[in-house]
Write a protein that binds this ligand. Structure first.
Ligand code: GLU
Length: 649
């Protein structure tokens, strides 16, 4: 057992001994977080210790990476309900060790069939709804969820467990409860006005529970049990489907709210007709590595892939750190211009994916990058038309477009003892999704349809249409080296997912950082906007050098980004050992574990200049169990005193 887990386990054991099994069952077990774990037999990285531990238990019991990934995702639906859950959607990327093949499941939310293209115009005023709060807190932004169908499909295709078995442990967590951490409480407080606007949401989450208290979600436990017994059809048809439709079409607003909560268009047939799509992954070759990602409707694979192709023309390993960052910024702007111009749901838009990922197009785009000066941004989109010039003139005559996606979501990475790997990013879009909890069912509905262009221009590939999937930025990624999975990674963060994944690959592949160092390294994000947004540590390190090259770079807090991304990643070393890495600081820190720990953390306890990597756990995590222990001791003492008095009496 890892020494850092002793306090929690000790508390659980002592409390069980002192107070008896009933209370002990209510003691949540997993509150400690490990930024790095090294070992064998399988690995899991996620943002949450309960979820990661459940994945490890599944792997330890002989489950494979897909079984564990579904269990981890379902556990995150309990402990991270504001970022992910059965009311949302996501993208699942799977590497099969036996065949060496990578496959994906598109479980993206889908617009109701009858959703009109002007659904984001207020019929009462003829004006567009405000993005926030009107659209984000609404029924009209709720897409048909894809997550339950994704879990069922993944297990059917590659799993060894039934959906019921995969849901067993997450159901227990929902029933017995988990310890509220500062992130959970902060996310409720940040959304208090939205959550107070809906009766079932107010009942479930307000007032915000205290840090260290135990939060139970028996409604969600019952919903998971229903799906476990009847399969995902119990979500898409029958009473639960009708209840989802009811709250989307008539949001259950409280009498005191000022929020308008515009209604949506979903019908029971939309839910009954929902299907995940099996898609081939995107693929680019980057310095001899095979990088696999998610195809449209996500722009994750195409944009990360295009940017890598653009960067491949330069030997980044031989350049200064500032030059590398300069080129990553330029490549990101160019790739984002193309993403915004060309990527949408391929069932509705002809996405020139092959050309966007071609070396010829990348060379034409790379031609714009100068080593000693910065491109004026936003840059124009290129022309992925198959005829590539060596001149830099080929730009498309298209309006500049940008997105306005949220920065929520969660990512998990899993590797099993056989070398199978899963990178799975799932979301309910913004933190807290639409704000609407389905009454007595214990989960929030997404507001994913806000990922459609809110004010579309002509030719925009991401305009609203009935039955369409909004463009995503989610970029679950698997890097294969010599035919075997090497890196498994992804992040939340809306469009900053793409730059986070790109930066991680560059840091690991080109800059020689260990995986934990690459995860911890400071980040910036350039989304083809005038300015590049950076974390303070990034500004400290590279700000003046980049400004000298003409980059406009500002603190990301200027756009309400206090931190960029929250990576959960795993590396499979050539000797078979696994390095699982989670965030050491960002977003309340993540949790990485392995089935059997071996050896030391690469880079030691503190990395060479990128901030603390391991050994960063604060005492916050043990405070709650210690309080519980003290409470337990007090209760036991009281019991003894009472007993003594009775005996004396
Ligand atoms: N809705 C976003 C997308 O699909 C994800 C939201 C987020 O990561 O915060 O790209």
């Amino acid at each position: 057992m890892h020494p850092r887990r002793w306090p929690t386990v000790l508390v659980a054991t002592l409390t069980a001994t002192l107070i008896g099994p009933g209370f002990a069952q209510a003691v949540p077990r997993e509150t400690e977080k490990h930024a790095v774990a090294v070992g064998r037999g399988g690995a899991v990285s996620s943002v949450d210790p309960e979820a990661t531990q459940i994945g490890i238990e599944v792997l330890r019991d002989g489950g494979n990476a897909v079984d564990a990934a579904v269990a981890v995702a379902a556990a995150l639906g309990v402990t991270e309900p504001f970022s992910a859950g059965i009311g949302g959607g996501g993208f699942f990327v799977y590497y099969d060790a036996a065949s060496g093949e990578v496959s994906t499941i598109d479980g993206r939310e889908t617009a109701p069939a009858s959703m009109p293209s002007d659904a984001f115009i207020n019929p009462a005023t003829g004006e567009p709804y405000n993005f926030s709060p009107e659209l984000v807190t609404s029924g009209v932004s709720v897409g048909v969820p894809g997550t339950p169908a994704t879990w069922a499909e993944a297990l059917d295709r590659w799993g060894t467990m039934s959906l019921g078995d995969a849901l067993r442990r997450p159901t227990q967590v929902a029933r017995r409860g988990f310890v509220v951490d500062p992130t959970f409480r902060a996310q409720i407080r940040d959304n208090a006005e939205r959550f107070a606007a809906f009766v079932p949401t107010r009942e479930m989450f307000l007032p915000a529970p205290q840090v260290g208290s135990v939060f139970r979600n028996r409604d969600l436990a019952a919903t998971y049990r229903l799906i476990a017994q009847q399969g995902s059809d119990a979500f898409y048809t029958g009473p639960l489907a009708q209840e989802i439709v009811d709250v989307v079409r008539k949001p259950p607003v409280t009498s005191g709210t000022d929020l308008p909560a515009p209604p949506g268009f979903m019908t029971p047939s939309d839910l009954a007709a929902y299907e995940v799509v099996d898609r081939a992954p995107t693929h680019v070759d980057y310095r001899g590595l095979d990088i696999y990602g998610m195809r449209p409707p996500s722009s994750g694979g195409s944009t990360v892939g295009e940017a890598l192709n653009i960067l491949e023309g330069a030997d980044l390993g031989a350049l200064s750190a500032t030059q590398v960052q300069h080129r990553v910024i330029e490549a990101s702007a160019l790739a984002f211009a193309d993403r915004n111009a060309y990527v949408g749901d391929p069932a509705y838009v002809d996405v020139p994916l092959e050309e966007l990922l071609s070396d010829g197009f990348a060379a034409e785009r790379a031609c714009h990058i100068e080593p000693d000066s910065a491109l004026k941004k936003p840059v124009e989109a290129g022309k992925p038309d198959g005829s590539y010039e060596t001149s830099c003139d080929a730009v498309a005559d298209l309006p500049h477009r940008s997105g306005r996606e949220g920065t929520s979501t969660t990512h998990l990475s899993v590797v099993d003892q056989w070398g199978n790997a899963v990178a799975y990013t799932l979301t309910i879009e913004q933190i807290g999704g639409s704000g609407i909890v389905v009454p007595d069912r214990g989960f929030l509905l997404n507001n994913e349809l806000t990922d459609f262009s809110p004010e579309p221009s002509k030719g925009d590939p991401n305009v609203i249409a009935g039955g369409k999937r909004p463009r995503s930025s989610m970029a679950p990624t698997i890097v294969v080296r010599d035919g075997e999975a090497w890196l498994v990674l992804g992040s939340p963060g809306g469009p900053t997912i793409i730059t986070t994944v790109l930066g991680l690959i560059v840091n690991r592949v080109d800059r020689g950082m260990s995986l934990p160092q690459a995860v911890a390294a400071p980040r910036a994000t350039q989304l083809n906007s005038e300015e590049t947004y950076a974390e303070p540590a990034f500004l400290d390190r590279y700000g003046s050098g980049l400004r000298a090259l003409g980059q406009r770079i500002v603190d990301a807090s200027a756009v309400d980004l206090t931190e960029i991304g929250a990576v959960a990643a795993i590396e499979i070393r050539s000797d078979g050992t696994l390095v699982a890495a989670a965030e050491p600081q960002r977003r309340g820190r993540g949790d990485a574990r392995v089935v059997r720990e071996v050896g030391d953390v690469p880079g030691g306890a503190v990395d060479a200049g990128f901030g603390p990597i391991a050994g960063t756990e604060s005492n916050d995590d043990v405070a709650a169990p210690i309080l519980l222990l003290l409470a337990g001791l007090a209760a036991a003492a009281l019991g003894l005193v009472t007993l003594r008095r009775r005996q004396e009496g």
